[in-house]
Design a protein around this ligand. Structure first.
Ligand code: 23J
Ligand code: MN
Length: 259
């Protein structure tokens, strides 16, 4: 075993590296994204018992699960968006597993969100973060900490008003800078999707999806516990199900964090 892996195992055993679960519970109460009526809706989670120590299976318990690929804490593959549909290795079964692990850069805009729930991280905000924490390294997960995961009801989490959903995200220039110049693995958010609540009205619509996936970058949505991560120094592991041709998948996202 290489010394770095032996050290990791020892540090985990000693509690000097901890594992933070970045995943929301996944079940029938998990909120799903609402899209305008003319589009197909995300179906939500349903779970049916196959057997539970009964005549269908006297010694075993198991369920059938049904949900959209983009449900709960989940992974967005490049093929999810029209801009990424012709890229190589753009589906959950063909993305190299190497891309499921990377250093985390956590950008905290919680205070800005408290003042304006539609606030967007912009290039100036990214540069302020880099002035303190150093440049975003190549191959990083950039995680937008907003406090949104503390919204514990579906109503507050989805935050839909007459003019549609409201919530924070990225502006298009910062998405482009992260996808190209900073060469990130992808971005992760606490909200239902990696675009801002009102981003369906932006030009182009859903610019973060458009730009990230058009550059082969990944997404993570509905993360939690980002307040337990340092700005830099954690490692995120987020591996989707190997769905053949899949556009994404619920994921168990975890972070390795120095104690
Ligand atoms: C479909 C259409 C629009 C959006 C989304 C899905 C997501 O946010 C998603 O889960 O990727 S914005
Ligand atoms: Mn998604």
């Amino acid at each position: 075993m290489s010394s770095v892996l032996a050290t990791l195992v020892a540090e985990l055993a000693a509690g000097r590296v901890t594992v933070v679960d970045l995943t929301q519970p996944l079940g029938p109460d998990t909120p799903v994204i609402g899209l305008p009526e003319m589009f197909a809706a995300s179906p939500g989670v349903s779970i049916e018992v196959i057997s539970r120590f009964d005549d269908k299976g006297p010694a075993w318990y198991w369920n059938t699960i049904r949900m959209g690929e983009h449900t709960g804490t989940h992974f967005d593959a490049p093929v999810h968006w029209i801009t990424g549909r012709d890229l190589p290795n753009n589906t959950t079964d063909t993305i190299p597993a190497r891309q499921f692990i990377g250093p985390a850069c956590v950008i905290d805009i919680t205070a800005d969100v408290a003042a304006n729930e539609d606030c967007l991280l912009d290039v100036a905000g990214l540069e302020r973060w880099e002035a303190v924490n150093g440049r975003i390294p190549r191959g990083a997960w950039v995680l937008l900490r907003t406090g949104w995961s503390r919204r514990s009801t579906a109503e507050a989490f989805l935050n839909v008003r007459d003019d549609g959903p409201h919530g924070p995200g990225f502006d298009q220039a910062v998405s482009r800078l992260l996808a190209t110049d900073r060469d990130v693995l992808g971005v992760g958010v606490e909200t239902i999707g990696t675009d801002a609540g009102q981003a369906g009205r932006f030009d182009p619509p859903f610019p973060n999806h458009n730009i990230m996936h058009g550059h082969g970058r990944l997404g993570l949505a509905s993360l939690c516990n980002l307040d337990r991560l340092p700005a830099t120094g954690a490692v995120v592991i987020a591996a989707p199900l190997k769905l053949v041709g899949g556009s994404g998948s619920p994921v168990r996202a975890i972070a390795l964090v120095p104690a």
